[in-house]
Design a protein around this ligand. Structure first.
Ligand code: PBG
Ligand code: ZN
Length: 334
């Protein structure tokens, strides 16, 4: 590179002077197989209830979920990730722990109807607890907070119920220390040693999750998640330590979340952990902002989405979880 000539011998515009040259020299290409579609499932029949803050996204009953799963398969998506909305939430998040729970039923139904589609399950307590926090609570010196270690046992049990119904990959999102290790050993003890864990390894306490909490009805009833999710103002190296801990505990794949405000983190993790598949979650708020601007005619949704996906890949993510997975797949395949 240091031998590069300079202008006028060097003309960088030659590499983009027509569409053919631009196509040939393209580096980042979008592919449906790298995309994962998040889906929200609830009980009932024939329910397809649009989420107010996420136009084009729905709470689905299982029959409708299967329709989405078929489309995901036909479009060649990498997979779907399921979020459950239980009928009953309680202090202990009990619905998450048995085969009759909403996500467990959904996994079984999808794997039965669309066996070749990869199904991930989000693993956390917040969708199932009446307090909306990602773990078991306890009070100490007048402060109520999530109790780390008792939560681990719960997560391990939850993971086993997902794997028993056929979940292909378990994706823990609660940011508990030790969660990957606890889930790994619970899965292994139950004979699921082949099931990979995609850990939400560096997940920030982000305001970009707002619309998701409408979708999953999982906003915390008091306080916030800042004692377990990461502080956006902390050193970037903290994310590397979070990732390292999860890798040591046995994470097979890593996830960074959100995507756009954390592209620097994606790049640093990609550079430091070559060989471990890296995913990024293009979260609900990132989706809703574009939807709102596009509805106003302020931006071109399709172009902005493709540019966004390109940016996340170029930053270093191999896999993208995005509510636009079907739209992008349709475009790149047409
Ligand atoms: C559950 C979970 C959340 C998201 C994924 N898993 C919400 C949260 O942590 O509050 C957010 C996804 C999105 O915003 O699209 N822990
Ligand atoms: Zn949670």
């Amino acid at each position: 590179m240091n031998a590069e000539p300079s202008f006028p011998k060097l003309r960088l515009r030659r590499l983009r002077y027509n569409a053919g040259v631009r196509n040939l020299t393209r580096h980042t290409r979008l592919h449906p197989g790298s995309l994962i579609l998040p889906l929200f499932v609830r009980s009932g029949e024939n329910i397809r209830q649009e989420i107010g803050s996420m136009p084009g996204q729905y709470q689905l009953s299982i029959d409708q979920l299967i329709e989405e799963a078929r489309q995901a398969r036909d479009l060649g998506l990498g997979g779907i990730i399921l979020f459950g909305i239980p009928d009953e939430k309680d202090h202990q998040g009990s619905d998450a722990l048995h085969a009759g729970g909403i996500v467990q039923q959904a996994v079984a139904a999808v794997k039965n109807a669309v066996p070749n589609l990869l199904v991930l399950t989000d693993l956390c307590m917040c969708e199932y607890t009446d307090h909306g926090h990602c773990g078991i609570l306890h009070e100490q010196s007048g402060i109520t907070d999530v109790f780390n270690d008792p939560t681990l046992e719960y997560l391990g049990r939850q993971a086993v119920t997902h794997a028993e119904q056929g979940a292909d990959i378990i994706a823990p999102s609660g940011m508990m220390d030790g969660m990957v290790q606890a889930i790994r050993s619970a899965l292994d003890s139950a004979g699921h040693e082949h099931i990979p864990i995609m850990s939400y390894a560096a997940k920030y306490a982000s305001s970009y999750y707002g619309p998701f909490r409408d979708a999953a009805e999982s906003a915390p009833s008091f306080g916030d998640r800042r004692t377990y999710q990461m502080d956006p103002t902390a050193q970037a190296e903290q994310a590397l330590r979070e990732v390292k801990l999860d890798v040591q505990e046995g994470a097979d794949m890593l996830m960074i979340k959100p995507a756009l405000a954390y592209l620097d983190i994606i790049t640093r993790v990609a550079e430091n952990y070559r060989g471990i598949p890296l995913a990024a979650y293009n979260v609900s708020g990132e989706y809703s902002m574009v939807k709102a601007a596009a509805a106003n005619g302020w931006i071109d949704e399709e172009k902005v989405v493709d540019e966004t996906m390109t940016a996340i890949h170029r930053a270093g993510a191999d896999i993208i979880l995005t509510y636009w997975a079907k739209d992008v797949a349709r475009r790149v395949c047409s």
